[in-house]
Design a protein around this ligand. Sequence first.
Ligand code: PDD
Length: 277
Amino acid sequence: RVVYVNGSYVPENEGKVSIFDRGFLFADGIYEVTAVINGKLVDYEPHAERLERSLNEISMAWPCSKAELRQMHEELIKRNKLDEGIIYIQVTRGSADRDFKFPKEAKSTLIGFTQVQKLLENPNAPAGVKVVTIPDIRWARRDIKSVMLLAPVLGKQRAYEEGAFEGWMVEDGKVTEGTSSNAYIVKDGKVITRPLSNSILAGCTRRSLFRMAKEEGVVIEERLFTPEEAYAADEAFLTSASNFVLPIVEIDGKRVGGGQPGPVVRKLREIYLDEAR
Ligand code: PDD
């Protein structure tokens, strides 16, 4: 693999950053994950806009121009002959002596790499996946796509150990989102999902899904929902850049919609893939 580090394209074993990098020492950084299908970026603009927003929210300078960022994505696809998979990029506040305050001199670190992944023929899509609910122990600014991912790491591991694909995090009795995805239920043909706030990440897949659902006449209601409501839902699903729309068939050991992907989620997944292809 060829990876990108601060302006250079190098073989992956030569891609290095300092041990003083603030991403490493403080998780003082942000990231984006963008899907690639048939060598083309999916939802690139929303990801670039969200990156800009995350940078602004934590007062971090752009590491390059917007055009260069796009160019870096295209170069990584080309140099790695990436047909299907993801591109991960990360920006940190650079490296400096360890001090919590922003360093005066440091220059942002920008890295990027590709990862091959089967997205169209996601092996989990036909049968759907299981989720378990877990407490949401994250910080209060989940709208920022921060690399500070210890809570999601522990949550995903716990879900995995319980035989589930994803953990749905619960706060004040309501589902916030998945450890790395947004959460939805379907009741009486209507899609229900949490409204945007500091409590969840504004998913780019979510944003595109809203547009497509509108075009298809599928109603989306933005409101909080409880795990109990989810158990009794007709369907459930999650969205993320690497999963698009993924059916959920079991929540906390309770079958949802007879334990099979329902018509609304199957349709939304199809529409999404059609546009990504
Ligand atoms: N995760 N919520 C959280 C907490 C996430 O980490 C993600 C994405 C999403 C979905 O956002 P999007 O549709 O823009 O991918 C929601 C990425 C894929 C990850 O960390 O790998």
